[in-house]
Design a protein around this ligand. Structure first.
Ligand SMILES: NC(=O)c1ccc[n+]([C@@H]2O[C@H](COP(=O)([O-])OP(=O)(O)OC[C@H]3O[C@@H](n4cnc5c(N)ncnc54)[C@H](OP(=O)(O)O)[C@@H]3O)[C@@H](O)[C@H]2O)c1
Length: 249
């Protein structure tokens, strides 16, 4: 299929997990794609998976000044942008007693502040029509222990999507959210847990999943392709929950 033929897309955090698979599906649907990541290893992985036509950029999603540079690079390369998937994010899970200010600030910088200023920096370059999809999380809707800061960043991001929807629809820019439940990606290996604790966490999550398994990145990416494409042109300010029934059953 070629539902994104001729479209120009940016995927932040498009070097691993959900973002990488979404970038792959965007390309398969005919889009020109730029992705960002922060580590050399993930950037190399993206180059290998996405091929030479993808623009692979090192850009720190938590750095406000970097958002302006990123917007300028994408505008230079593509001349404008039709699709933005704001996906880069970190999961930092700790009990309340273990939180400190730098950790709190880092989560909010990457998951909320950077995304907001990226949309601001890209505004002059967005086509009409354009589609922005933000990656939220079911953690914004449930009280999972140790997720206090992560859940708060995602709740704020989802709220931001709704506000941006109202503010940008007059420019032909649709804003929607995907809120995944547990998806099998490298994010869990980055939590800093030992093997036993990680296994215990995954078992506890599985117990809450009516479908009996974690989701796959491709199952979220397919929804992002739909929201990015013109086939969803009447979908505005929505949150699509993709969680194997975790929050609704
Ligand atoms: N997996 C889940 O269960 C799940 C559920 C709900 C929501 N989500 C959300 O889905 C999004 C993608 O997560 P994932 O599960 O696919 O995790 P992942 O495999 O760890 O991918 C995260 C991506 O974000 C990038 N990233 C992280 N910090 C960055 C920074 N400071 N600057 C630039 N890029 C940065 C990573 O690149 P580097 O490695 O180079 O930093 C990577 O490309 C996140 O927003 C996450 O909160 C995930």
């Amino acid at each position: 299929m070629a539902r994104l033929q001729g479209k120009r897309a940016l995927v932040t955090g498009g070097t691993s997990g959900i973002g990488l698979e979404t970038a792959r599906q965007f390309i398969a649907e005919g889009a020109r794609v730029a992705v960002t990541g922060s580590s050399d290893a993930s950037l190399a992985q993206a180059r290998a998976v996405l091929g030479p036509d993808a623009l692979v950029l090192k850009s720190d999603a938590g750095d406000v000044a970097a958002q302006a540079s990123l917007a300028a690079s994408v505008a230079d390369a593509f001349g404008g942008l039709d699709i933005l998937f704001v996906n880069a994010g970190v999961g930092d899970f700790r009990p309340l007693e273990a939180w400190d200010e730098p950790g709190f600030d880092r989560s909010f910088a990457i998951n909320l502040k950077g995304p907001l200023f990226l949309v601001q920096a890209l505004l002059p370059h967005l086509a009409n029509p354009a589609s922005i999809v933000l990656n939220g999380s079911v953690n914004a809707r449930i009280g999972m222990p140790n997720s206090i800061v992560y859940a708060a960043t995602k709740a704020a991001l989802i709220s931001t999507a709704r506000t941006l929807s109202g503010e940008l629809i007059g420019r032909g820019v649709r804003v929607n959210v995907v809120s995944p439940g547990p998806i099998a990606t490298p994010i869990y290996d980055k939590l800093g847990l030992g093997e036993a604790d990680l296994d215990g966490m995954k078992r506890a999550i599985l117990d809450q999943l009516p479908v009996g398994r974690f989701g796959e990145p491709a199952e979220v990416a397919a929804a992002v392709v739909h929201l990015a494409s013109d086939e969803s042109r009447f979908t505005v300010g929505s949150e699509l929950v993709i969680d194997g029934g975790m929050t609704n059953l």
